[in-house]
Design a protein around this ligand. Structure first.
Ligand SMILES: *Cc1c(COP(=O)(O)O)cnc(C)c1O
Length: 368
């Protein structure tokens, strides 16, 4: 793989299909999988991610902003797609034109979607304890009544985003609250509302909360952390970040090297430069971790530049211009995992990996 500027990310679509199949095995055939492809498919491209998750067995998609929804529809993907709350009431008309299931998160959004006039499938986002978006309990009776009073809204489900999968008592409390919303709907005559509460960690820890559909993102993209990372054998989707050495310099003993702090080096030192930097989604200040060259680990030295990374290849005698450098992924049997990269940079996987994938040129792999 050579590019005019050798710096790219590899996206393994086969891994995304595989991971979606694993989720299917976990939830069984009767629970719908709504694949979360927000944030431009976690950096992988909303269209590629959405299409691949559907190929892997997902039933529907969820996105977090109208641009991603539009891209997916423009690509001809027709599967049901939920749009999370992300717009102002005055945009209700343009949201309605996206052919998505819209989210009602408060009474204003509900009134705005009712005023649009055209038939619209909606779901209620219920505030169950996270403290972010959603209808509060005092809103529920009025909200169900407003749907009934409208002549265009078709309410098909309610959902929420649970807080704290590591806190069973908290999950129980939030579910009790969510169930009250469901009961309020039944009392208002909505007998067959779908229920959805399970994001990735919940799917793995609370199978009894799968309800009608699960709403998983990170699991599909191999971005689980902590105890959940070990609970399912997903494969990396953002599978590699690669560059190549564009210069190697050797410094004799006693040379003053600014990039190493300016002091005199005590041994012959070889530094190599990669044309990839924090402008591509990495970080400026150390610790910056390591890079693979010829399957050996070379530490990143100094501060990372906007478009450059300097590595110490003193111990890798064969390193020369043109050699591939792996900043994430596998090379000659060695590996830098996302978890390792995230630990060096002190960033969660769902922050660092989509940022890299969203910024660097993408190369899609699709083997098997
Ligand atoms: C991001 C998100 C999810 C998916 O969460 P994961 O932890 O990535 O599985 C589910 N529901 C809502 C509302 C979200 O914003």
């Amino acid at each position: 793989m050579t590019m005019t500027r050798p710096a790219w990310v590899e996206i393994d679509l086969a891994a995304l299909r595989h991971n979606t199949g694993l989720l299917r095995d976990v939830v069984g055939p009767d629970v719908a999988i709504m694949a979360v492809v927000k944030n431009d498919g976690f950096g992988c491209g909303a269209v590629a991610a959405g299409r691949t998750a559907l190929q892997g067995g997902a039933d529907s998609l969820a996105v977090g902003n109208p641009e991603d929804a539009r891209a997916i529809r423009d690509a001809g993907i027709k599967a049901p797609m939920l749009l999370y709350a992300s717009t102002l009431p005055e945009a209700a008309g343009s949201v309605a034109a996206l052919d998505v299931i819209v989210t009602v998160h408060d009474m204003e959004s509900l009134a705005a979607f009712a005023a649009v006039g055209q038939p619209l499938e909606v779901q209620f986002k219920v505030e169950a304890g996270l403290g972010r978006l959603g209808l509060n309990s005092e809103d529920w009776p009025g909200a169900f009544a407003a749907v009934q009073a409208s002549n265009n809204l078709r309410l098909t489900g309610i959902y929420t985003h649970l807080n704290g999968a590591d806190d069973p008592a908290g999950i129980k409390r939030q579910i009790a609250h969510f169930e009250q919303a469901y009961e309020a709907g039944r009392a208002a005559g909505f007998d067959d509302l779908g229920r959805m509460v399970a994001a990735s960690n919940i799917v793995l820890s609370y199978p009894e909360l799968n309800y009608d559909a699960v709403n998983a993102g990170r699991l599909l993209f191999h971005m689980l952390e902590g105890e959940w990372a070990g609970m399912i054998a997903t494969r990396p989707v953002i599978s590699a970040v690669k560059s190549a050495i564009i210069q190697v310099k050797e410094f004799p003993v006693g040379a003053h090297v600014g990039f190493l702090g300016g002091g005199a080096v005590e041994q012959i030192t070889r530094l190599a430069v990669l044309p990839i930097g924090f402008g591509d989604g990495f970080k400026h200040r150390p610790p910056l971790g390591e890079v693979l060259v010829h399957g050996q680990r070379a530490p990143v030295v100094g501060r990372r530049g906007v478009e450059h990374t300097v590595i110490d290849v003193t111990g890798i005698d064969t390193a020369m211009v043109g050699d591939e450098a792996v900043l994430l992924g596998v090379q000659d049997g060695a590996e830098i995992t996302g978890a390792e990269l995230g630990a060096w940079l002190d960033l969660p996987l769902m922050e660092i990996l989509p940022r890299l994938a969203g910024t660097l040129p993408k190369v899609y792999l699709d083997q098997s």
